[in-house]
Design a protein. Structure first.
Length: 278
C-alpha cells in the first residue's frame, strides 16, 4: 500500500519546523527509560562491552548523543539513518562526542560495509513504520546481535481495539503523514519479533504522549515550539528551499489537528527483547 508523498512529511514538520527532536509518539521520559534499560543491560555483561550500540533511525542525533553519554565506559555508539540531511546535521551538532559516530545508510548497508562489526545492542524509535519489510528488518537485527545482545523497538502503532481503525482510516493516516509507510498493532509486531528468533519479549503499549499537552509542554516549552514555528514559516530553512511559507503553515496545522483529534486511536510501543541462543 502506497500513498502520495507530500513535499514535507511529518518528520520534517516535527524536527525542522517545530524543533521536536525526531519523529516519536513517546514522551521523552519514556524514551530515556528505554535507553537506561539498554545501557544497564550492556554494562552488566562483559562480552557486550566489547561491541557497539546502534541507534537505528537516529535523525539529527540528539537522542543518540544522549545515549552515548550514558555509557561511562566509552562504549562506541553509531547513529544510523537513510536521511543524508539528518546525518549531516548529526555530524555537525555532535561530531565532537568521542564515542559517537554516524552512518548514512540502513542496517543492511552498514553490515555489508563492516562485516566484522560486533553489535551488542540496538534501539529504533519510530522506525518500523517506514521499513518496507519489517520481518526482514527484525531478522537482520537478530542475526547481527551478539549472543545476549538487547534490542529495543519503540514504534508508532495503531491501538488494538477491534474495529476502531478501518483500512480507510489507516490510509488517511499515511496520507496525512505524507510518506510511504505502514503501521501495525502491537501483537503483529510481537509476532514478527518471534518469527525473527527473539523470545521473552517485553511488550508495553503506552499512550500517544506527544499529543498530550502536559507531556508535550513538559518536554518542549511552548515558547520554544511556537517560536520555532513562526520563525520557520516566515523564513523557511534551507532544507525547505523552494517551498512556500503558506504550504509549511498549512501542513503543520494539518498534521497537528489530525493527530490531536484522533490521538486515542494510536499508541506508543515499547518492545524489549534479548537474543538468546539455545
Amino acid at each position: 500500500m502506497e500513498t502520495r508523498c507530500e513535499l514535507i512529511n511529518t518528520y520534517e514538520v516535527l524536527e525542522h519546523v517545530m524543533g521536536i527532536s525526531g519523529l516519536h509518539p513517546h514522551g521523552l521520559d519514556t524514551i530515556r527509560a528505554m535507553r537506561e534499560k539498554l545501557v544497564n543491560h550492556v554494562m552488566n555483561s562483559a562480552p557486550l562491552k566489547e561491541g557497539v550500540v546502534l541507534d537505528i533511525g537516529c535523525g539529527s542525533g540528539v537522542g543518540t548523543c544522549e545515549l552515548a553519554t550514558m555509557f561511562t565506559n566509552g562504549q562506541r555508539v553509531i547513529g544510523v539513518d537513510i536521511n543524508g540531511h539528518a546525518i549531516e546535521n548529526a555530524k555537525r551538532l555532535h561530531g565532537d562526542q568521542e564515542n559517537l559516530s554516524f552512518y548514512h545508510g540502513d542496517l543492511t548497508s552498514l553490515l555489508t560495509e563492516n562485516p566484522g562489526l560486533k553489535i551488542s545492542a540496538a534501539i529504533s524509535v519510530s522506525v518500523s513504520m517506514f521499513i518496507s519489510d519489517v520481518s526482514d528488518f527484525y531478522s537482520g537485527i537478530y542475526s547481527a546481535l551478539l549472543d545476549g545482545g538487547i534490542f529495543i523497538d519503540a514504534p508508532f502503532m495503531f491501538r488494538n481495539e477491534d474495529g476502531q481503525n478501518s483500512e480507510e482510516f489507516k490510509i488517511r493516516t499515511y496520507a496525512v503523514c505524507g510518506c510511504n509507510m505502514k503501521m501495525f498493532h502491537h501483537h503483529q509486531l510481537k509476532n514478527k519479533l518471534h518469527e525473527a528468533g527473539f523470545s521473552n519479549i517485553e511488550c508495553i503499549e503506552h499512550d500517544f504522549d506527544l499529543m498530550k499537552f502536559p507531556v508535550l509542554f513538559s518536554d518542549y516549552r511552548p515558547r520554544y515550539l511556537f517560536g520555532n514555528f513562526f520563525k520557520n514559516v516566515v523564513s523557511p530553512p534551507a532544507h525547505f528551499a523552494g517551498i512556500k511559507s503558506r504550504y509549511i503553515f498549512s501542513r503543520t496545522l494539518e498534521i497537528f489537528m489530525f493527530f490531536l483529534k484522533h490521538r486515542q486511536r494510536y499508541a506508543s510501543g515499547e518492545f524489549v527483547t534479548v537474543k538468546t541462543v539455545n
